[in-house]
Design a protein around this ligand. Structure first.
Ligand SMILES: [Zn+2]
Length: 115
């Protein structure tokens, strides 16, 4: 699976030989998120955590690890407690300039990757 995170193409992989010491990992050199946990109940929150690690890296936010973990837990809780968010598809988003801009950055990022 490939994610667009702030216009960067980040691949999410599930290693065939997971490291039992790790839940997940974001590798900025390869733009890859590895999900190592074998516990399906922890996979989504681990993915959230690594997405936040990406954002922290790309935006140079300087968030400490416990802050990233707090945000991960919070966003995961909101997503799980509000399943309607999973199918959120407001047609007004099509008119949202920020959404259009994000898609443009994403597209140009992909074009750059092909060069
Ligand atoms: Zn972390």
């Amino acid at each position: 699976m490939k994610l667009n995170i702030l216009g960067h193409e980040v691949e999410v992989v599930y290693p065939t030989e997971p490291d039992e010491e790790l839940m997940g990992l974001f590798c900025p050199e390869r733009n890859v998120i590895e999900i190592h946990t074998q516990n399906p109940n922890l996979a989504l929150s681990t993915l959230m955590h690594e997405i936040l690690e990406c954002i922290n890296y790309f935006l140079e936010l300087g968030l400490k690890h416990h802050q990233i973990t707090s945000l991960e837990t919070s966003i995961h809780q909101v997503l799980i407690a509000n399943p309607e968010l999973n199918s959120y598809n407001d047609p007004r988003l099509k008119e949202d300039r920020h959404a259009l801009q994000a898609r443009t950055v994403w597209k140009s990022g992909r074009e750059t990757d092909r060069v």
